[in-house]
Ligand binder design. Structure first.
Ligand code: NDP
Length: 392
């Protein structure tokens, strides 16, 4: 029976709150705290049992420390934005509380995904006897666990991993992002990068693409090579892997809008002078775009995210695809959310459950593939993200 403090009140936080509330035997007490307390209260009003809410600026470690001291959680579950990661980790260390997030730290003025800032906390968490679990969403998160599971049960040697993320859903709007627009556009407009023979190979943004035939009636979609943060930890933690890439589907419509926005400078993160004040174009664009949470009621269709893995098993070559299919409408029925928030929020709750029930324990900073995949895989089936396997 534990107490958990959820930071953030966006699309992902809504799902985390719903899913934690469904498991009272682990999450006995819940507090949702965010910059705008009204959003926490709106989530709280949807839940089947009472939870507390609070206002906090999570960029401010002192405010976080004060809140943690008042709420006395066993775990802080950070589903605010990547910018807050370090301030919240500092607060957890100061108060002696475990930490979990779904996205690695990014400095606001540099769109760069790297674990180095959070891995630098290794000794501090170890010395404090506390655990930090990084990237417990779907990708990163479940995709890391899929790789660990494949290595444990289906391969003697993994040669290549292709992580493939497809959103085949449709919200009917001309242009919207399915999670935080600022974070999403920073990610998509960055250069592509993949791991090959011990080196990182850089590609122009979205320049490499190919068709991929998805299961569950989704069919063929174009997938685009991007850099994604789990490649950094997986390339260290899967021994001998030769090639590791990340691919995502985009509609032509999304790409056309994005190209125009980039060409006119609306995706920039450098401040520009406008009528006597400095504004950051991407932050202004975020203010114009639909709040991803508002897409929930109107998004129809499926997502499919999985890992396509090649290697050898008992001396023979093997091709293995492990994936989940999620239906937007069903997520909405259960949690008032679309599938992108759902597929992130469920693994965040499961990661927290693993830590709080002692199935995943340790001191220091962990990526998901460093822990036993079996109880997590079992929990995915139980809590709404069943997975499937194909062998060739
Ligand atoms: P949203 O933008 O919907 O929500 C973010 C929330 O964080 C908002 O409620 C916002 O408050 C709050 N927030 C922002 N800054 C602060 C602050 N300084 N102090 C307190 N609260 C703050 O984002 P999502 O819910 O879509 O995404 C949440 C996280 O999940 C992101 O880090 C994202 O990168 C990650 N993610 C991970 C995925 C994965 O598979 N691993 C996939 C998708 C997302 P306010 O409402 O006031 O703006």
């Amino acid at each position: 029976m534990s107490r958990v403090l959820i930071i953030g009140a966006g699309g992902v936080a809504r799902v985390v709150a719903h899913k934690c509330a469904q498991v009272p035997e682990v999450f006995a007490e819940i507090c949702i705290a965010s910059r705008t307390e009204g959003k926490c209260k709106a989530i709280a009003a949807e839940l089947p049992r009472p939870v507390r809410t609070a206002q906090v600026d999570a960029d401010n470690t002192a405010e976080m420390v004060k809140l943690i001291k008042t709420e006395k959680p066993d775990l802080v579950l950070n589903v605010a934005l990547p910018y807050q990661d370090l301030a919240i980790m500092d607060a957890c260390l100061e108060t002696g509380v475990d930490y979990l997030d779904t996205a690695n730290y990014e400095p606001p003025d540099n769109a760069k995904f790297e674990y180095k800032w959070q891995w630098a906390y290794q000794d501090r968490f170890k010395n404090a006897g506390r655990m930090a679990l990084l990237g417990s969403g779907f990708d990163p998160g479940v995709t890391n666990v899929f790789c660990a599971y494949a290595l444990k049960h289906h391969f003697d040697q993994i040669d290549t991993v292709d992580i493939i993320d497809c959103n085949a859903g449709d919200h009917g709007l001309p242009f919207a992002t399915n999670f935080n627009p600022e974070i999403n556009i920073r990610e998509v407009t960055a250069k592509g990068r993949y791991y090959h023979d011990g080196q990182w190979v850089e590609t122009e943004p979205l320049s490499e693409h190919k068709p991929f035939d998805f299961p569950a009636g989704i069919g063929e979609r174009e997938i685009y090579l991007m850099y994604h943060e789990e490649l950094e930890s997986l390339s260290k933690n899967i021994p001998g892997v030769k090639t590791m890439r990340f691919w995502m589907t985009f509609s032509q419509n999304y790409l056309t809008h994005l190209r125009v926005l980039e060409n006119v400078g609306m995706t920039g993160i450098e401040p520009v002078e406008f009528q006597g004040q400095k504004i950051i174009p991407l932050q202004f664009l975020k203010a114009l775009l639909p709040d991803p949470a508002s897409l929930a009621a109107r998004t129809k269709g499926k997502t499919c995210i999985g890992c396509l893995i090649n290697g050898t098993w008992q001396g023979k070559p093997r091709r293995y695809f492990v994936y989940n299919v999620c239906v937007h409408e069903e997520c909405y029925k259960e949690c008032n959310s679309q599938a992108i928030s759902y597929t992130t929020g469920v693994p965040a709750m499961i990661g927290a459950k693993m830590m709080l029930t002692g199935k995943w324990r340790g001191t220091g900073v962990f990526n998901m593939e460093q822990l036993d995949p079996d109880p997590f895989m079992e929990a995915l089936n139980k809590h709404g993200l069943p997975w499937h396997e194909q062998f060739d």
